[in-house]
Write a protein that binds this ligand. Structure first.
Ligand code: SF4
Ligand code: SF4
Length: 179
């Protein structure tokens, strides 16, 4: 989404946002049913890594909420870590170490399309667009420039998509600057 202000070469050398430390597992992207169906149609991709978000997270979920959750999927990285080092990163199963993300537009989750932006819910319920503070490239840019760019180009679209998919809205974290 910020491709016009993020350099492709910087991302190719970094790939930080496609591998996760244990404490960053809350950032693992959520796939919609549509993303999963598109992945299933692509014979070069493995859709079996995608499991319902409810698996192992919420215990026994029933009723309307269970129906709602059944539209969302994630992958499990918990068993991918080889050491006890909290800095160890486990790569996304859709990351190719040479070419980057292997997913096409309709297969790629919204979380990844909008990175390093995040739509977040504050404690008082307000939904805001925020910036992930850990992207090294974006951190070198002037905050006012990013704010202006995002507000002009994307903010309304992001908030409107978040309204349709409230499950994709993440809980607000203090160190994320609000745009
Ligand atoms: S963290 Fe930032 S610089 Fe690194 S790959 Fe992701 S978007 Fe690119
Ligand atoms: S789906 Fe693609 S962009 Fe998203 S974390 Fe995985 S490799 Fe990165």
């Amino acid at each position: 989404m910020l491709s016009s202000i993020l350099k492709k070469e910087s991302c190719a050398a970094c790939r930080f946002c496609c591998a996760f430390r244990r404490q960053s597992l809350w950032e693992v992207p959520i796939f919609t049913k549509e993303n999963k169906e598109a992945i299933e149609k692509n014979s070069s991709l493995d859709a079996s890594v995608l499991i319902p978000v409810s698996d192992g997270l919420f215990g026994d979920v029933k009723g309307d909420f269970a129906d709602f959750l059944s539209d969302y999927f994630r992958y499990e990285l918990f068993d991918s870590y080889q050491t006890e080092d909290p800095e160890e990163e486990a790569p996304c199963p859709y990351l190719d170490s040479k070419t980057g993300c292997v997913l096409n537009e309709d297969e790629k989750p919204w979380d990844c399309k909008i990175w390093p932006l995040r739509v977040m819910r504050k404690e008082d319920g307000e939904i805001v667009v925020a910036l992930t503070p850990t992207c090294p490239s974006v951190n070198q840019l002037d905050m006012e420039t990013i704010k202006e760019f995002v507000n002009d180009e994307f903010k309304e679209k992001l908030l409107s998509y978040a309204k349709e998919h409230p499950f994709l809205v993440k809980e607000y974290r203090e160190d994320f600057p609000i745009l």
